[in-house]
Design a protein around this ligand. Sequence first.
Ligand code: AHR
Length: 323
Amino acid sequence: MLRRNFLTLMAGTALVAVARPAFAELPKIQKKDTYKVGFAQTESNNPWRIAQTKSMQDEAAKRGWQLVYTDAAGSAAKQVADVNSMIAQGVDAIFLAPREEKPLIPAVMGAKKAGIPVILLDRNVDPSLAKPGEDYVTFIGSDFIEEGKRAAEWLTKTMNGKASIIQLEGTTGSSPANDRAKGFADYIKDHPDMKIVASQSGDFARDKGRQVAETLLQAHPEATAIYAHNDEMAIGAISALEAAGKNPGKDVIIVSIDGTRDALQAIIDGKMGATVECSPFFGPAAFDTLVKYAAGETIPPKIINTDRFFDAANAKENLASAY
Ligand code: AHR
């Protein structure tokens, strides 16, 4: 029996009706020497994304697999179209880094309907609308809630439990923005003098982060800390603080997430306090997982990366290997 739940979802500006064949099986993939696989990237406007793409391209080249690469340029609607084009090109499997949780559901379901397995990389889709082991093979990535918690823990300790915090959120509706906010909020709720005084999206982008930080700093001159959901926005916030005549790292303490070269340099320069690593190096794990899936091995619903933590104690020694 085929039960159909019709989901109406926003994909960019278009309303899309999706049939969810709840009991249809997860597509299988044949065991072969080489594959033609798709990698649907969300955007390429920051070092993290560029490092992730390079890791996927390097791994494909190493194994002699054909990689169909697309860049959605920050548009969920384009990313859905990119996945549809991969389906039309007859790829064996699709690696998808879904820009936002809900709008990419039609892409996951479309691939499933076409019999093409999907592996989610780094970002997740809404777990109430699509499930690992049923609609897609697995999610490979960091624990974003834990990242938010680690950032909050460091900041609470550094600020002796008292701070007026500006939060620069990532892309609205994306799993890292949702979960990094949650992990941070969950931790500071037990510390009543750690207060978020303002919170707004900087879309994970440096210049947007700078603009939003500028506005929020004007409205909240009492801010003593900034929590940015990624390093690019943290670097933007440093520029905003300097433009406002403040001393980043002294007047306002900054903590963020990723571990980029620019962030490590800012820590060495004393302008940033710490960054929780979120590794962009997915190539080996992504391709290995597909090979295991093709061999009939049981794949866990989530494969979580182990991430490091960078602060003044270790930024210098890790600078050369950063991206
Ligand atoms: O999904 C991971 C996040 O997306 C990274 O923190 C960020 O830099 C990227 O754009």
